[in-house]
Design a protein around this ligand. Structure first.
Ligand code: NAI
Ligand SMILES: NCC(=O)COP(=O)(O)O
Length: 332
């Protein structure tokens, strides 16, 4: 038996979910397992799967059962072992493992809510296969929000560019109706609060994009700016929020226009995220704001085409861990 090292209360404890078993999540975690980033990690995954994927990419991985009162010795990784329903093969989705994926998320959420973990970091899940298994599922963001019973905001960070979303995983046709005064006010309040509380920005300046081309062209190309976005900004400015917009989205990301803004609020997923990923894919981080705990994630998906090959880049997972550790260290 290796010697037991008592837990160190100064090191954050982080739940790390391995995500879709047929994707790149397990091997990215195995790749980072040997690095001490300054936190104690509890991987929530099937232990045999983790060992198989480590072997597939030629990485040595030593696992031991996660304990609250002790740290694994250097080079070993704490694990909360959740059994797969069926053996998983790289690149090959199996809906029978969807419940396993959801169980890993549930254990992470409950552990963070109870204070066992200081933060959750998630490797990618495959949203489609969970739905194929008959479970309606839009994403981690919505799953953790539902479980915590609160409203949240998705924000991706690539160096000094922060892009938050007013709507998340919705068909494009459903977006206009989903942008309501209530929803937008809540999103902006959460964004403003968490930029201050978690990111230490004393008075965040937020650029708010329009929904339509040219921010509606004075009502000739859509009325959402006039009827929904502008009235919300007017009310929130009176509360002291520093909001600029609605801005035409096509020029808002021109570097000279972005100067001075701490974050951009895009109205929908593919209005904001392509720009963010163009700027930072491989080291960007997805953060869920508004939760009672910290949750970060990678900027990429399950990359089934790379699973098991050892060619997937662990940069975004490392960045997600580093940001979670940094946020956990801040007073809240
Ligand atoms: N945080 C999460 O759980 C996320 C999950 N997804 C899910 O992932 C699934 C697949 O989504 P796609 O749109 O195909 O995006 P994807 O990010 O999995 O793949 C897009 C392209 O990027 C490459 N790529 C992705 N990660 C990489 C890495 N770490 N290193 C090198 N290359 C990498 C892939 O090989 C592929 O060519 C979907 O079901 C989607 O919902 C997508 C984004 C985030
Ligand atoms: N494109 C971002 C994404 O899909 C991540 O979503 P989530 O699973 O973190 O909610």
């Amino acid at each position: 038996m290796p010697p037991v090292t008592p837990a160190d209360p100064t090191r954050p404890r982080i739940a790390l979910t391995a995500g879709e078993p047929a994707g790149i999540g397990p091997e990215l975690i195995a790749r980072l397992a040997g690095e001490d980033l300054g936190a104690d990690l509890a991987v929530i995954a099937d232990a045999r799967l983790m060992a198989e994927r480590a072997e597939a990419i030629g990485v040595t991985l030593e696992l031991e059962e996660f304990r609250l009162d002790a740290r694994p010795p250097p080079g070993r990784l704490g694990i909360i072992d959740i059994a797969l329903a069926e053996p998983s093969h790289p690149g090959s989705l199996d809906p029978r493992n969807a419940r396993y994926v959801l169980e890993t998320l549930a254990q992470a959420a409950d552990g963070a809510a109870s204070g066992t973990f200081d933060a959750i970091v998630t490797a990618p899940v495959h949203k489609g296969v969970i739905n194929d298994a008959g479970v309606p599922f839009s994403g981690h963001t919505e799953f953790f929000a539902d479980r915590a019973g609160c409203r949240v905001v998705m924000m991706l960070v690539a160096r000094d560019l922060r892009v938050a979303l007013a709507t998340t995983h919705l068909p494009l046709a459903a977006v206009p109706a989903a942008i309501t005064r209530d929803g937008l006010s809540t999103t902006l309040r959460i964004l403003n609060t968490d930029l201050r509380r978690r990111f230490g920005l004393a008075a965040p300046r937020i650029a708010v994009l329009g929904l339509n081309p040219h921010a509606g062209e004075g009502g000739h190309l859509g009325r959402e700016e006039i009827e929904t976005i502008e009235p919300v900004l007017e009310v929130l400015r009176k509360e002291g929020l520093d909001l600029v917009g609605p801005l035409p989205a096509d020029t808002a990301f021109v570097p000279s226009q972005l100067t001075g803004f701490d974050a951009v609020l895009a109205m929908y997923h593919d209005q904001g995220l392509p720009v963010l990923k163009h700027a930072g894919f491989g080291h960007a981080v997805n953060v869920t704001l508004g939760l009672p705990y910290i949750r970060t994630s990678v900027d990429h998906g399950t990359a089934l085409d790379l699973a098991g090959s050892g060619r997937a880049d662990a940069g975004s997972l490392r960045a997600a861990l580093q940001l979670a550790i940094e946020l956990a260290a801040r007073p809240r």
